[in-house]
Design a protein around this ligand. Structure first.
Ligand code: MD3
Ligand code: FE
Length: 199
């Protein structure tokens, strides 16, 4: 990913198709335990993306604001654990000895998008974020923290990206998802997993 933004690393096709299928099965099992739900912004607008989490902490949004919490907002139960396959991927992508404590699961269906934003709800903003894409290809937009030009990057099924250093506070979002670009997910759509250190 050199040239896009310092600190932005992209590994197209990191996961083989069989590994993508295995990871998807694991994530679908987690979704059985912690159902996808539609959060609202602090202003009361529903996100078009549906979300759930894995890990000791999960990112949530509601009228009270954005935060990390240990339980699902609708079931009140703890989030399922982050699967070992994703912990291994974090170690390989970051070279770090620590483990992520949060994995946000975003499901894009029915022309869901995500507006340009910065991720700043984590206690240690020095820790990287690692993202894994499954299913349909996304048009991902990323630009510097303090405004300036954005670049568009396609994120396809099996792609992994890592954000660290100057890219950690980058403005980024998902402009759109290309329908029927992958056959991985039954019924179509895209799942993005973001691994983080929240606490
Ligand atoms: C750049 N998710 O969950 S993943 C998010 O595809 C989020 O669902 C998008 O933005 C998605 O907050 C983009 C790639 C990504 C993730 C985290 C980042 C890019 C990032 C954090 C800082 C800068
Ligand atoms: Fe983000």
């Amino acid at each position: 990913g050199a040239g896009i933004l310092p600190g932005f690393g992209l590994w197209p096709g990191w996961l083989s198709p069989p590994d993508q299928a295995t990871l998807l099965e694991t994530v679908l099992a987690a979704i059985d335990e912690a159902p996808l739900y539609q959060p609202v912004t602090p202003g009361g607008r529903p996100f078009s993306v549906r979300m759930t989490n894995m890990g000791s902490l999960g990112w949530v949004s509601d009228r009270a604001g954005y935060r990390y919490q240990p339980t699902h907002p609708e079931t009140g139960r703890p989030w399922p654990a982050i699967p070992p396959m994703l912990l291994a991927l974090w170690a390989e992508a970051t070279g770090r000895e620590d483990q992520p404590d949060a994995c946000l699961v975003n499901l894009y269906r029915n022309s869901a998008k995500m507006g340009l934003h910065q991720d700043r709800d984590e206690a240690d903003m020095g820790a990287p974020v690692v993202s894994v894409s499954l299913g349909d290809t996304a048009m991902f937009r990323i630009g510097p923290a303090d405004g300036g030009r954005t670049a568009t990057v396609r994120l396809a099924s099996g792609d992994v990206c890592a954000l660290s250093g100057p890219a950690r506070l980058a403005r980024h979002g998902i402009d759109r998802v290309l329908e029927e670009s992958s056959r991985l997910i039954a019924g179509g759509g895209r799942i993005n997993l973001t691994l983080r250190k929240a606490a």
